[in-house]
Design a protein around this ligand. Sequence first.
Ligand code: SAM
Length: 472
Amino acid sequence: MKYDMKSMKAEEFINDGEIRETVAYAREHKNDKELIDSILEKAELRKGLSHREASVLLACDDEETVRRIYDLAEQIKKDFYGNRIVLFAPLYLSNYCVNGCLYCPYHLKNKHIPRKKLTQEEVKAEVIALQDMGHKRLAIEAGEDPVNNPIEYILDCIKTIYSIKHKNGAIRRVNVNIAATTVENYRKLRDAGIGTYILFQETYNKKNYEILHPTGPKHDYDYHTEAMDRAMEGGIDDVGLGVLFGLDNYEYEFAGLLMHAEHLEAVHGVGPHTISVPRVKHADDIDPNDFDNSLSDEMFCKIAACIRIAVPYTGMIISTRETQEVREKIIRLGVSQISGGSRTSVGGYTEKERPHDTEQFDVSDNRTLDEVVNWLMRNDYIPSFCTACYREGRTGDRFMSLCKSGQIQNCCHPNALMTLKEFLLDYASEDTREIGEKMIEKEIDNIGKDKVKDIVRERLVKIEQGDRDFRF
Ligand code: SAM
């Protein structure tokens, strides 16, 4: 097998030999000052880096250079994403699963957790609870089970979710995180109006992948790894990659992840819309210590910074698997989306107390959405509930070219302020509202064009009068 970025075969575009050579090259050159300077100079152009270049930066442990990497990541984040952080919540539809993933409590052999699948009535109740928190964007999650969770079930749920308009609430974008499937099914998801199709690779190391997925359809590494190509063939413009850090050596995963991004860009002309960086967590019968590749918070943050530099146009997502403390550090280095107020159990949002029986993993950040919004603003981030790009058809390469030209700022910043205003009026606590109003007032001045400023001011008044859902 030789490395070929444009190949449609998993083992050629995620090539084990190339990854191993990359890791060895990076370790060998981690103190090569001249090379590192030239990589950082290239990175400063904000056009990204290759997996090899980025791997050298990740390996470098010279304190001064690491500081430069962090500063650059922070600056790139500011240039492309401003100080906005988009908020979302996961919605677990079903924990029925026929796979044997060793790190996931939903694995088939786990007989002591209750299996649940939401009815459409229950989906409705969960969505109302999520709307009452203020969420506008969801990521739906389900185990893989062709009998209990066929594609028709997922499609029914999406339809239900989009149909519910409770008080001023609405879910305006449904992202989907379900197992690898066929082009035909991806087409159905596209037709149902999904936002991003998200699928975590878990690990790029084929040998280890097969050990970690001993049984079930997910065992097939090639089918799983080629899923994003099928999704794009099925017409889904925005796909989200991710690695479950802790399962394998992080240097290997980092190179694989970037090679996957390079492959999508080379073949489809558009890279991944998002990259997620989950870490293995404790859950029911899962002990993260059973996987001896856990990584320090420092290294985790460095990975995020290097991803930010390597793929500046790709959003980065961090979930409530991480603590408030880690989230605070990592957001600065390049994260653009976070979940808030999450429950990772099937039917969790309608329960008063956070239920544990069907939880997929322990949540480390247990704050409410209002608390997360409040905290973001106290740290000078604008919480954004914007879903405009996808609803205005700015997906795939159209989104990427706007992003690359910097034009996206002219939409995102005002949209963030208008959706924050909706949140403040409809869902926020008094304290959050007070901080938020001040933030909006201050941030209006950062809108570049006077005409846009005037329109935003007019719309903010209209939102106060009861109108909703303005967008650029
Ligand atoms: N079932 C779908 C699949 O096979 O891709 C996706 C949905 S699954 C509910 C979402 C993700 O949760 C998985 O892709 C995995 O990376 C992550 N996950 C599973 N067990 C976990 C654990 N113990 N800690 C952290 N994340 C976990």
